[in-house]
Structure formats: C-alpha cells, structure tokens
Design a protein around this ligand. Sequence first.
Ligand code: AQP
Length: 334
Amino acid sequence: MTRIFSGVQPTGNLHLGNYLGAIRNFARLQDGNDCLYCVVDMHAITVWQDPAELKKNTREVTAAFLAAGVDPIDNIVFNQSQVPQHAELAWIFNCVARMGWLNRMTQFKEKAGKHRENASVGLYVYPNLMAADILAYKATHVPVGEDQKQHLELTRDVAQKFNNDFGEEFFPIVEPLILDSAARVMSLRDGTKKMSKSDESDYSRINLTDDPETIELKIRKARTDPDPVPDGSPEGGTRENRPEAFNLMEIFGALTDQTIADVQRDYGGQQFSAFKRAVTEVAVEKLGPMGLEMQRLMADPGYVDSVLAGGVKRAKEIAGPILDDVYRIVGFLR
Ligand code: AQP
C-alpha cells in the first residue's frame, strides 16, 4: 500500500494556488491510498505567528481539507503539534543531517533574505522537521510541487544516512509524486511570482474564502497586456514574454481540467475582457461552494477540533511505535 504524507502551513490567506497545487489533489489521492494530511503548525512558527491567528488558521486549513472533499474517516487529518513524535524525530534528524546540506537549501535563502542573521534557527532546520513529518509514518510517497523538490531530496538523504549510520534499512526512501493536475499558480499582479499567502497585496491572490464579488473584482483587475488571448501561434507570444496571460489561461485550464492547448483552441484571439469573464464564472462555480462550506465548518470549531483529535489519535498509533524503534536503534534507554 502506498502511504502518502502531505501538509499545509496554517499561515493564513489560503489561496487558489494552495488549492490547485495541493489541497484539490488530496481528495483525488485518497482512493486506494493510505493518506495522512497534516496542518503543519510547527512549520508555521518558523516565522512569527500571532497565537490567536494561528489557532484560527489551523482550523481554517482543516476546514479547507474537508470542504475540498477529504474524508477524515478514510484519511488521517490532524495537526502536527499534537503528535509529539514529529518534534522528537526532528531532533534525531538535526543530529543526522549535515550543516552543508542545509546550507544549500534555496528556500531558506529566499525566506531569510538579507536578514539571515535574524532568521529563526527553526527556519534553518525546517527541512529536518519536514523529513520527520514524512518518516515518522514511514510514508512512501509525497506529492510535491517544484518548490518542495529540494526538501524532499533532503528527506531521502536523511533516511539514507540514518540507515547507513545504524546499519539497518529502517526508513523507506520516499518517492515524489508528480501530479499532472498540480498547477503552479502565479500572482495576479505579477506573472513571474508565485501566488503566495504572504504577498502584501490581497489583489495578488484569490483566497478560498473570497465571495463571488471579490473573485470577480480580482480577476477583472488581474494584470494582463493589451494583446488578445494567446492562440498558440508564434505571434501569440510565450509564457516567458506574456506571463500574466499564460497564468490566467493555466488557472482556467486547471479549474476546468483542460490543457493549455484546449484553452488556446477555445479562447485564443479573443479579448481578455471576455476571457476574464469566463475565468470568473468557472472560479466562482468551483470555489463558491467550497468557500461556503469552509465558513460553515469554521462556525463550528468544536467539530473541526474533534476531527483533528480523531486524526491525532490515529497518527500517534502509527508514529509511536516507529519512534520507539528509532530510540532503540539510536541507543536510548527505554
Ligand atoms: N502558487 C502556488 N501554486 C501552486 N501550489 C502552491 N502551493 C503554495 N503556493 C502555490 C502549494 O500549497 C501547499 C501548501 O503550501 P504551504 O502552506 O506549506 O506553504 P507555501 O508553499 O510556502 O505557500 P505560500 O502560499 O507561498 O505561503 P507563504 O507565502 O507563507 O510562503 C504546498 O504543497 C505548496 O507547494
């Protein structure tokens, strides 16, 4: 059986990119696989989080999983901090991973930026916690976007080194799950930057809780150029020279399960004003019901918390014995 682990950080402003790049696929992967879907609150605090907001955002991500169709009975839905084995295994991995490996992580460099000396130590060792998230369950597959490939490679290196150091094939060497349906969604204001929770401009993203009027406004205001929708001909341009145009086409394609070629065939040569109306219609149709369901769930925090508590119990049942074995292998007295 394939065991899949994936997580989303409760850092607020869940958006269309999180949905098309990750959460939508959670529901698609659940059939026939053993899936753990985690709200990674310990990753979130590697940068400052307001405590009250963190609680709210943790429930919001859980609500998004459920509203997107993840079944919490078939799958394990939980938040990371309630399962102590994540932190325990991360410490072991802090002692397995090498400084040189972490120094090469491009996401740390991007997130820490010029203020490297002021970044938290947690942000630096984030990839070790991610390795622990996956290996505490001996997960075999992780759905990853382009941005997480390097971290997954580190998970493989950590598993391999642990196995070599202790002379036991204990951890599996996890495989990336590259999904055709996982889209990379770019900012509505700048087609060269990914749509992101932390972008200062709310107009750069469509939030999963936006109402239809807001979705319409954001798509209408989305940056494009004066040329018509690319039609696939050389004159129509490329993703490189028309990133915003291609981003809107990719969003439309992802929401309707069509390829760029399909979108070009149907809309190529039309004015963007007309195409934006089509994008709005499909975005409202797909996201509207989900946003409402998220709001309904958010209004019932007791229920959301009970889903997490059920997931936590099941997650501990898997991770507990694995950590016992790790401690035994390492030589800790039990
Ligand atoms: N723009 C995107 N397009 C496609 N997939 C995306 N993901 C994020 N942005 C896009 C995917 O969503 C999942 C959860 O991401 P995360 O919460 O762990 O954090 P992130 O990747 O750092 O997301 P953000 O929105 O960019 O947050 P900030 O601004 O806080 O850094 C992941 O599978 C991710 O690939």
